[in-house]
Structure formats: C-alpha cells, structure tokens
Design a protein around this ligand. Structure first.
Ligand SMILES: Cc1ncc(COP(=O)(O)O)c(C=O)c1O
Length: 360
C-alpha cells in the first residue's frame, strides 16, 4: 500500500464506488446501456452532450498533467479545486475523530469542508511579521502530531495574505509528518508566484498533494476545472469516492481549448501584466496616508490595512469598485483584499482611494 493510502479512512481504502455504464469496457455500435436519449437535443449542434461524459476526459487530463509536470495517473480533475478539498476531507477524516490543520487568516473552504464532515479543525494562525504573514511550520507540525490531524492545508501563495512558503520548508514539513498526515499544498495562485510548484517535491514526498485550478490565471472560473496532483494510488481511491461524471463535456472542451499553445502564451503574458500591475498598485497605495500597510503579495491580489477600512470600502463602492471585505477574518479587522484588475481598473482603484485621502 502506498504511504498516503495508509492515511485514508480504512473503510474507503478498497471502496468500489458507483459503477457507471461508462466504467465498463464493452464494445458495440449501438449503445443502449445508460438510458441516454437516441437523439441529440436541438440546441446541441455538435451532439456532444447526448451521452454521459468520460469521468476523467483523457485529452484534458493529459494536457493538465503536462502543464503541472506530473504523470496522468497522478492527476484527478474535479469541479474546481473546491471539489478536491472536499474529497480529501471526506476520504481522510472520520467524523468526530480526525482533524485538519488550517492556518487562518486563510481561504475558508478547508474549514467549511471539515465542518460538513464533522472533522475537528486545528487552527495554527499565520504570524504577522515584518515580511508579511508567515506560516509557523514548526507549530503546524507539532499541532498536527498532537491533535491527530490527517490533513494539513498550506495555502501558498496564501489567500488573502499573499505570502508564499519556500519549497524547502514544505519538504521539511512533509518529512516530519510522514506517516502522520497528508500535506496539501493549495497553489490556486501558483502561476503568479516566483517559486516553482510543489509538484516538484512529489517524487520525494509521497505524503504531499498539490491543488491547482484553471479558475485564476487561466481565466476559466465558470468552467469549474480544478486538479489534485498526488500519489497515483491515492488518486485512484479518490476517483472512486467522487461523483460519477464530475467533468461536463462543454467545460472539458473549453478547458482543452484554453490550454492550447496559443492560449497558454496569452495566459502567460497576462500573468506578467498582473505581476507588474501588482507592483504598481502596491507602490501607489503604500504612499497614501489612509493606508496603514500593503502586504507583499505573490498572488493576483493585495491585502491592504486602512486607518478606516469602512470608509475605504464605501468609497470604493461609491466609485463602482467592489473589493473583498476581510474585516471578519482573524487578525484582519482593518483589511480589504483588492484583486489586481486591468491597468484601467487599477487606475480607478487608485483614483478612488486618493479621493478618500482628500475627504479625510
Ligand atoms: C486558495 C484557494 N484555493 C482554492 C480555491 C477554489 O478554486 P476553484 O474551486 O475555483 O478551483 C480558491 C478560490 O478562490 C482559493 O482562493
């Protein structure tokens, strides 16, 4: 049994899951085994939606594996990385017994999925220091071991804090938690970061899993295509726990087209533009007297503390700019998160916040 498989709930390790009509390898030219319609819907010009889809569309899976630098068998496609987070929690955590480690302030879905599964949530807060919010990896390891955690969620670059965790530190944590917990590295914003992906650590650390998504840099949030990259045997188990047909054909087709060489070249250009706009917006905001702090960011957003966050939020709204209010999150009682937009959109943000200065 592979290392991470030992950590999966015992009752699910050889769970067969639902046997769909699609999972049988049969041959024929008249398919009457899935109660599908014999005719395409009038709106389905290509007749691509009449039959249930391949549970893991092969061409897309291959392309994503190539993009993320892993073997096809190491990659599971789901409905956004949200689905992969949920699958991991359900497959690893026995309700009322096992725990997950999260590092607030952080993306809320890890705790939501844990709550839904009845898993305990162990919080190891990010530490707000001179370089920004940093994960205390020593405290994370100790809390995971002491608290019986099966999963440790690391968000890098971290949403909303913006900081990234060095690969070498992730490797040390994975080694320390070998046989104890799966370290899940959420790289939803990885394309905007300077460091390499944690998928490069997978060969050496079997208790590591990496989340990627097409929702951010690839601009396909509505297509709901996320990937989990991990040990092949673990992927196999999770696939059996997943819904029978998680990837709608129109979404798979759009995603594959969105990963063509030409589309990828444009995506990379836009990532570079976001990175340069991030520098420009950070510099423009940092000098405003109403701004207390702009955190350095490796993502496509900036976390900003204000003297009066309510006034900043209202001023931006009045200018038609909607940003994310972070004030309910721990340690962020005066903070807003501003996504990096187009240069024109960022100009609007700067102009609105300069106007706030004048009114103050
Ligand atoms: C850190 C992080 N992980 C995962 C997700 C979920 O992304 P998706 O389900 O669209 O792939 C988000 C979405 O905002 C996020 O910020």
């Amino acid at each position: 049994m592979s290392v991470p498989l030992n950590l999966v709930r015992e009752d699910l390790r050889d769970f067969a899951g639902y046997k769909s009509a699609r999972s049988e390898t049969l041959h024929g030219d008249i398919w009457l085994n899935a109660n599908e319609s014999a005719w395409a819907n009038p709106a389905d010009a290509q007749a691509s939606c009449r039959r249930y889809p391949d549970p893991q569309p092969q061409a897309l899976r291959g392309r994503l594996a190539q993009l993320y630098g892993c073997a096809t068998e190491q990659l599971l496609i789901g409905r956004g990385s949200d689905e992969a987070i949920d699958l991991l929690v359900r497959a690893f955590c026995n309700p009322d017994r096992d725990a997950v480690v999260v590092t607030p302030p952080v993306f809320g879905m890890y705790a939501v999925c844990a709550r839904l599964q009845g898993a305990r949530i162990i919080e190891v807060p990010l530490v707000d220091g001179e370089t920004g919010f940093v994960a205390d990896l020593e405290a994370i390891a100790e809390a995971a071991i002491a608290g019986g955690a099966k999963l440790v969620f690391l968000c890098t670059p971290s949403n909303p804090a913006g900081s990234a965790i060095a690969l070498a530190d992730i490797a040390v944590l994975a080694r320390r938690l070998d046989g104890v917990a799966l370290v899940v590295v959420d790289e939803a914003y990885g394309e905007f970061a300077d460091s390499a992906s944690a998928t490069t650590l997978l060969a050496a650390h079997a208790n590591l899993a990496v989340l990627r998504t097409l929702s951010k840099a690839h601009a396909l949030a509505a297509a709901r295509i996320g990937s989990l990259v991990a040990d092949a045997q673990l992927i196999d188990v999770l696939r059996r726990c997943q819904a029978p047909y998680p990837v709608p054909t129109p979404c798979a087709e759009l995603a594959l087209a969105g990963l063509s060489d030409a589309a990828l070249a444009q995506t990379r250009q836009r990532v570079e533009l976001v990175k340069s706009e991030r520098v420009r917006l950070q510099a423009a905001l940092a000098v405003l007297p109403e701004v207390v702090r702009v955190y350095p960011s490796q993502g496509n957003y900036l976390l900003v503390r204000f003297r009066d966050a309510e006034a900043a939020f209202r001023t931006l709204l009045a200018a038609g700019v909607v940003v994310r209010d972070q004030r309910a999150a721990p340690q962020l009682e005066d903070a807003l998160r501003i996504t990096i937009g187009s240069p024109e959109q960022n100009d609007r943000v700067i102009a609105a916040l300069r106007a706030l200065e004048m009114a103050a």
